[in-house]
Design a protein around this ligand. Structure first.
Ligand SMILES: Cc1cc2nc3c(=O)[nH]c(=O)nc-3n(C[C@H](O)[C@H](O)[C@H](O)COP(=O)(O)OP(=O)(O)OC[C@H]3O[C@@H](n4cnc5c(N)ncnc54)[C@H](O)[C@@H]3O)c2cc1C
Length: 314
């Protein structure tokens, strides 16, 4: 997610050169990016500007096409790489393969993303109670449903919403999920299925290679609209159909993780249940047999979510 950070980011050239000087003074600012033995089996030191080639987990994530990410966080979460080192690398020039979007907006955008990491670390440090409770006391009375079947469908990628299922299957298979998919599946769990965000937080913590309590908690509270983010809940209701159309327009991500939808035409891929019987046969994907029908109707659940939040807010 390319969220604006609450406070001003380092954007001016003066502050940029100040940051560059500070980074070059820092003991960890080697002009190389070290990735330890823990994940690769052998210590691997990649030269700056080529660390993205070091190993697959480092390769920029290509979903959605318009928003590549560095896929650097797993190394940071495991303590293999320091944020300062990555920052120094970036300040020295963009990373290969991370081109179109990030390099175009520049290093400032990436630093802004990094700020979220520090921000959530500080939030949890200052408010340790957030580990269990909603930061906004108003929403501590939100009612959550108890539906084990729905939770299983979510975590196994069987909700019938292709983008949600693709994200959850990617997580189960690889231990990683693109941020855009994390937002979509998080909103789906809490605002379409009305299940407690702590269930999602625990599931992510168990599977994510970059799982970190402060980041995980802060982001789950953000997507559930109960955390430090001041935006109202109705601004954070992700429509899984529109998200897919916007961020995976050619269906490359969905087809990769939900292969039973491989031959569904692009125009039906976000709502495969809208295919006629003939279309389903032609695509080799009969809804209810090869791929589940939608577990809920998003438009209805959206309304219910608004009612629940409104009731909690009093
Ligand atoms: C529901 C949910 C749960 C999440 N759980 C975690 C988690 O357990 N651990 C975790 O590190 N991140 C978590 N995130 C945040 C984000 O998805 C990952 O940090 C990001 O996908 C890492 O990929 P990247 O390195 O390619 O990021 P890039 O987009 O390339 O960003 C660069 C760096 O900025 C930092 N960053 C970017 N976005 C965020 C963010 N939203 N919050 C905090 N730091 C950020 C990370 O250190 C990241 O490596 C979660 C997001 C959501 C919506």
């Amino acid at each position: 997610m390319s969220r604006p950070f609450p406070r001003a980011a380092t954007t001016s050239s003066t502050s940029r050169s100040r940051a560059r000087r500070a980074a070059s003074r820092s003991p960890s600012s080697h002009r190389s990016f070290a990735i330890g033995a823990r994940s690769s089996g052998a210590r691997c030191t990649a030269r700056r500007r080529s660390w993205s080639r070091c190993r697959p987990a480092c390769a920029p994530a290509r979903f959605p096409p318009a928003r590549r990410t560095a896929r650097w966080q797993p190394h940071c979460a495991s303590g293999e790489a320091a944020a300062r080192t990555a920052l120094a690398t970036w300040l020295d020039g963009p990373i290969d393969g991370y081109a179109e979007t990030h390099n175009a907006v520049g290093v400032e955008a990436w630093i802004r993303q990094l700020c979220w990491r520090d921000f959530y670390a500080h939030v949890l440090l200052a408010h340790p109670g957030n580990a269990r409770l909603e930061h906004q006391a108003t929403y501590r009375d939100l009612e959550w449903e108890d539906d084990a079947e729905a939770f299983d469908a979510w975590r196994e990628g069987r909700t019938g919403y292709p983008l949600v299922d693709a994200g959850m299957r990617q997580l189960a298979r690889t231990g990683w999920m693109h941020n855009r998919a994390r937002l979509t599946v998080g909103s789906f769990l809490t605002k379409d299925l009305h299940l407690d965000w702590r269930l999602g937080e625990r599931h992510f913590e168990a599977l994510l290679l970059d799982g970190e309590p402060a980041q995980n908690n802060g982001n789950w509270q953000w997507v559930t609209s109960v955390g430090v983010d001041p935006a109202p809940y109705f601004r954070r209701l992700f429509n899984p159909i529109l998200q897919q159309r916007k961020f995976d327009p050619d269906g490359a991500y969905v087809r990769r993780w939900v292969p039973e939808l491989r031959d569904v035409p692009d125009e039906r891929l976000a709502e495969p249940w809208q295919m006629s019987d003939d279309e389903q046969r032609a695509a080799g994907c009969v809804i209810g047999r090869d791929y589940p029908p939608p577990i809920v109707v998003h438009a209805d659940e959206r309304r219910r979510a608004i009612e629940r939040y409104r009731a909690a807010a009093g």
